[in-house]
Structures are given as C-alpha cells and as structure tokens.
Design a protein. Structure first.
Length: 91
C-alpha cells in the first residue's frame, strides 16, 4: 500500500505511523548523504533534476504521516479535555 492519502493512514497503529515517519526521516537522511558525496556542480544539478519528483512525493508522504499523528494527538487531547497540544518532532 502506498498510503497516498491521509485516509489510508487511519487504519495504522500509532507504532506503524511512528515507523513510517522514521522511515521518511531515514530516506531524507540517505538522500542528503548521497547528494553531499557528489563532487561536481554538474553532478549535483543532475541529481536534483533526477530526484525532484521523488523528493516531492516523499515530502508529501511525510506531511501526510505528520498530519495523521497530529490529528490523533488533537483527538486524544480533546477526549481528555486537555487544552495544550505539543507538536511532534518537526525534522
């Protein structure tokens, strides 16, 4: 499953959501490490062009996961009658 929408994420457990968010962070860390190893400006430009769509899709996916986690936090705080909601780690 690709979890193309936030609705797709509703069936996942909190642990699965946390795992997806961790996987997103690892993906971006690996992409950054690979790009930083490219020595020439032309190579970095080519890498950016080739990965632009992947980066956009991964960014959108990470945002969907964060939004679902935030929604669950808000719902939980609402159920508990709490007023203040702490945001998740915004890497």
């Amino acid at each position: 499953m690709t979890y193309a929408t936030e609705r797709d994420l509703e069936a996942l457990s909190p642990e699965q959501l946390a795992g997806l968010l961790d996987e997103c962070h690892r993906w971006f860390d690996n992409m950054d490490a690979f790009q930083s190893a490219i020595r020439t400006e032309a190579g970095r430009t080519e890498w950016s062009v080739l990965t632009r769509k992947d980066v956009a899709e991964a960014t959108a996916a990470r945002e969907r996961v964060r939004n679902e986690i935030d929604r669950r936090h808000r719902d939980l705080f609402d159920q508990l009658g709490a007023v203040d909601v702490d945001p998740i780690d915004q890497r």
